[in-house]
Write a protein that binds this ligand. Structure first.
Ligand code: MLT
Length: 242
């Protein structure tokens, strides 16, 4: 089994199609927020890569119960219903609703690989559930970190390292790892016993603290708190049908 980790979406081109399962990670905060939304009863989520596309899609869909969601520079977009804090995505806010969601890095990463056959969303919330779901499904895996403006983001690499470690334990198989995957395993062995403390020290963590969203860091640092498996199928994110 070969596991390839990409620490930013820069190595992918728009519409890149992978035959192996692709797991997209964005700990702070897009994947964590979407996992929380699905856990709290939202029907589905349509990721889009620009505010303009989100608004146009919203106007073109004549259905009720569709919320406009997302962030730019970490803050809720003017005129949108919800921002990108997972704490906003309560059952009261999202149950039974469809979401149109745009975030700077997370939804952009999903759009890049959206033509791949099997796409899963991952954060610390569901890392073990994803590892168990994925193990044994395919000989090869691709893990893509959303990163930060096409730069390395430590929080995503740590989650990738934890995921790879869980997959190895669960599948009891030898894995061929690329250099990034090997490095992520090392990183999680160094930082893995205090995720919250290290998330606060990351570039993104410090930015969230600066804009008054430190509570999101504590929330997103919870390992295995929300064992939901979100999949992107035909442009929509839903809970994996069982
Ligand atoms: C992103 O997708 O860029 C992030 O989720 C940004 C954020 O924390 O709001």
């Amino acid at each position: 089994m070969k596991i390839e980790l990409f620490v930013t979406p820069a190595e992918f081109t728009e519409g890149d199609t992978r035959s192996e399962p692709v797991i997209v990670i964005d700990v702070l905060r897009a994947m964590s927020t979407m996992i929380q939304a699905l856990a709290n009863g939202c029907r589905d989520i349509i990721p889009v890569d620009s505010v303009e596309r989100a608004l146009a899609l919203h106007t073109s869909l004549f259905e009720t119960d569709i919320l406009l969601c997302g962030e730019r520079e970490g803050m809720k977009i003017y005129g949108f219903d919800l921002g990108n804090s997972p704490l906003e995505y309560t059952p009261d806010a999202v149950a039974g609703k469809s979401l149109i969601f745009t975030s700077t890095n997370g939804s952009a990463a999903l759009i890049k690989v959206r033509k791949s056959k099997h796409i899963y969303l991952c954060s610390f919330f569901n890392v073990t559930a994803i590892a168990h779901t994925i193990s044994g499904k395919s000989e090869n895996l691709v893990i893509l970190c959303a990163g930060q403006d096409n730069h390395f983001a430590l929080e995503d690499a740590l989650c990738a390292g934890m995921l790879i470690s869980r997959i190895r334990t669960h599948s009891k198989k030898e894995h061929e790892l690329n250099d990034a995957a090997l490095s992520a395993l090392q990183l999680i062995s160094i930082y893995g016993n205090n995720i919250n403390a290290i998330l606060k020290q990351t570039d993104h963590g410090r930015e969230l603290i600066r804009i008054g969203m430190e509570n999101d860091i504590y929330f997103c640092a919870q390992v295995d708190a929300i064992p939901v498996i979100p999949v992107l199928i035909d442009g929509k994110i839903i809970k994996m049908p069982v």
